[in-house]
Design a protein around this ligand. Structure first.
Ligand code: PXL
Length: 275
């Protein structure tokens, strides 16, 4: 098996089953060595919790990157998630240009919004900086809200093919592959639209009744892991979407589990699927 080294840059939400606490185990399950740069440490994620403790780690980023450069450590892929500031995005761009192996993908999940709204703490200035990062990316993994913000398009809940095509056109104009999540045209369905090399394809599956936090991070991590295991982008989308659905099914109905999905018992199915 081809053994890949992936760098992921996102926060540590100490509790909450999102960002690094899901990316690390999922990428490991996909068979990849995973290095991390933590963008910040929060007691819990900002969706649904109040009064969380927060500390940024921006100041650590250049020193970490400089040490790796000195050691000659390079990455097969760089995958970014939740970042805290324009300054951090600048450091991530430096890391991608200095530490990514030739031909390795920069995969950007512009984790900053959902359900028509920016996450707590983000503003229009941050969106502008995120546009810089997505412009440099080889693969972008936005949900509909993030895609609308990044392209200056009105957010719509009732989406149709023309709306999705417009978002895909705008996001892929620089040549990136785009995986737009939360796309379903029929009631009771959801999935992803993929734009690669000018062609759109869809992966559609059932939509469960309740939404769960952290599923965007789980999708992006499983997608990245599957892609680095040699799957094509549409194949990696299918792997990631099926995994997310299985995680949600393993969680809904558990009133005591309110902040994320119980993905750990489902990791075995991801490992088996990737052979
Ligand atoms: O799941 C995305 C995410 C990651 N990290 C933090 C968050 C969120 C979404 O709210 O608050 C800290």
């Amino acid at each position: 098996m081809d053994y890949k080294r992936i760098l992921t840059v996102q926060d540590i939400s100490c509790i909450g089953q999102c960002s690094l606490t899901v990316a690390l185990p999922i990428l490991s399950a996909c068979g990849a060595e995973t290095a991390v740069v933590a963008s910040g440490v929060l007691s819990a994620h900002t969706g649904g919790f109040r009064g969380y403790a927060f500390g940024g780690l921006t100041g650590e980023m250049p020193g970490i990157a400089a040490h790796w450069k000195k050691e000659g450590l390079f990455f097969d892929a760089v995958y970014t998630g939740y970042l805290g500031s324009a300054e951090q995005i600048g450091y991530v761009l430096d890391i991608a240009s200095g530490l990514l192996k030739k031909g390795g993908p920069l995969i950007v999940d512009p984790a900053m919004a959902d359900g028509g709204k920016l996450y707590a703490g983000f503003d229009g200035k941050f969106v502008e900086s995120m546009k810089q990062l997505t412009s440099a990316a080889d693969i972008i993994l936005p949900n509909i809200t993030e895609a609308a913000l990044l392209t200056g398009t009105e957010y719509r809940e009732d989406i149709d093919e023309a709306y999705v095509e417009h978002l895909l056109d705008a996001l892929s104009s620089g040549g990136a592959t785009v995986v737009l999540t939360g796309v379903g045209f029929e009631p009771g369905t959801t999935g992803a639209a993929i734009r690669e090399n000018g062609k759109t394809s869809y992966y559609t599956h059932e939509k469960t009744a309740g939404g769960c936090h952290g599923t965007g991070d789980i999708f992006a991590s499983a997608f990245t892991g599957a892609l680095m295991r040699g799957k094509t982008a549409p194949e990696a989308v299918a792997v990631a979407a099926d995994f997310v659905l299985a995680c949600i099914k393993n969680t809904v109905g558990d009133e005591n589990h309110r902040y994320g999905v119980k993905f750990e018992p489902v990791l075995g199915s991801l490992i088996s699927r990737l052979g």
